[in-house]
Design a protein around this ligand. Structure first.
Ligand code: DAH
Length: 361
């Protein structure tokens, strides 16, 4: 009897002292397991006289129960503790102030793209995308550039070597076609992306960025186009009154077509938006040509709309006073340190499009 009491005390002490689940499991096996000390003692019961067997049997049983319970309780306790430690280790203190990021910078192209998308999203435009490698149909044919038409020479095209009629897209206008092929009107999208032309000087690089806009509906007209563009310019350049002029122009995919100029001055190398000094052409636009609508399988008698497209890099140069387009793609860390943007200053209509940007940096 004494022997069992001592054993019980020893085991309970071990259970109490252990701090690890593995050790606890070892204790369980060494006492209650097949060859455990208690199990072994139970096995000897058979050799005892009946009276004694009953007494010792009962006491062993109650010890067994007591120990099992102690193990279970301790197990729960240790498991909870383990979980707590794990949760504490994985937790992030979101109340900590953000550490200022000193190294990385957002490229002006990414910044300006974000700014533009923020403005267009606010006006209800959806984001659309198309491939950089295009076919002749989407890049020219469906956009109403007839074969051998001189308008095709307006853009110096890169052709793919394999002769599959594949080219690097010269503009983002093919996204108009892809969207109209895919979706039923009403359509209201903007499509930013890379475009390619064989050109290289201070204001031209073989790869640059454009953003395309397309609205197709039943009654969309040029007044809407003008409203969208004026609102865009005002918010993008962060100037209340942007002087704007629409000049008649030609694009195969729009009729009528227009080019848009903004009133500006360039004095001492500084670009400023103001009226009365001069004009600068910044984008092309117009009412989508009925042939284009037809080429996409829509009925031009039912649907009409407008499109516009412009060079994103050029807008970045104007807004942030960057003189040479080629420097955009030189991957020079000194340049990006100077012209780049802090990663956490995300453009927003309410808190400002370019808090730390450009001249305001
Ligand atoms: N795709 C033209 C270009 O790259 C720009 C353009 C002009 C786009 C008029 C349009 C548009 O959507 O309506 O020169």
């Amino acid at each position: 009897m004494n022997e069992t009491e001592t054993l019980k005390k020893q085991i309970l002490k071990k259970i109490e002292e252990t701090l690890s689940l593995d050790e606890l499991e070892n204790i369980r096996i060494s006492t209650l397991g097949k060859k455990g000390s208690l199990t072994e003692m139970m096995k000897t019961l058979g050799q005892l006289p009946q009276e004694e067997r009953k007494l010792i049997g009962q006491s062993l049983n109650s010890i067994k129960i007591e120990i099992s319970e102690a193990i279970e309780t301790k197990k729960k306790f240790l498991e909870e503790k383990e979980l707590e430690t794990k949760v504490a280790a994985e937790s992030i203190d979101i109340s900590l102030p953000i550490r200022p990021l000193q190294q990385g910078r957002i490229h002006p192209v990414s910044q300006v793209m974000e700014e533009m998308l923020t403005i267009f999203a606010q006006m209800g435009f959806e984001l659309a995308e198309g491939p950089d490698i295009e076919d002749d149909f989407h890049c020219f044919e469906a956009l109403n550039f007839p074969k051998d038409h001189p308008a095709r020479q307006m853009q110096a095209t890169f052709f793919m070597k394999n002769g599959d009629n594949l080219i690097l897209r010269t503009h983002t206008s093919p996204v108009q076609i892809r969207i109209m092929e895919e979706k039923q009107p009403p359509i209201k999208i903007v499509a930013p992306g890379r475009v390619y032309r064989c050109d290289y000087d201070m204001t031209h690089t073989p790869m640059f960025h454009q953003i395309e806009g397309l609205v197709i509906d039943k009654e969309t007209n040029m007044g809407h186009l003008k409203g969208v563009l004026m609102n865009f310019m005002r918010v993008f350049f962060e100037v209340d009154n942007v002087p704007i002029r629409f000049r008649p122009s030609f694009f195969p995919f729009t009729e009528p077509s227009a080019e848009v100029d903004i009133g500006c001055s360039r004095e001492n190398g500084e670009f400023k938006i103001e009226s009365g000094k001069g004009w600068m052409e910044i984008l092309g636009c117009g009412m989508v040509h009925p042939n284009v609508i037809k080429n996409c399988g829509l009925d031009p008698n039912e649907y009409q709309g407008f499109a516009f497209g412009f060079g994103l890099d050029r807008f970045a140069m104007l807004k942030y006073g960057i003189p040479d387009l080629r420097s955009f793609f030189d991957a020079d860390t000194r340049w990006i340190k100077h012209y780049g943007f802090l990663p956490l200053d995300i453009p927003s209509i309410t808190s400002g499009l370019s808090l730390n940007g450009g001249q305001k940096r």
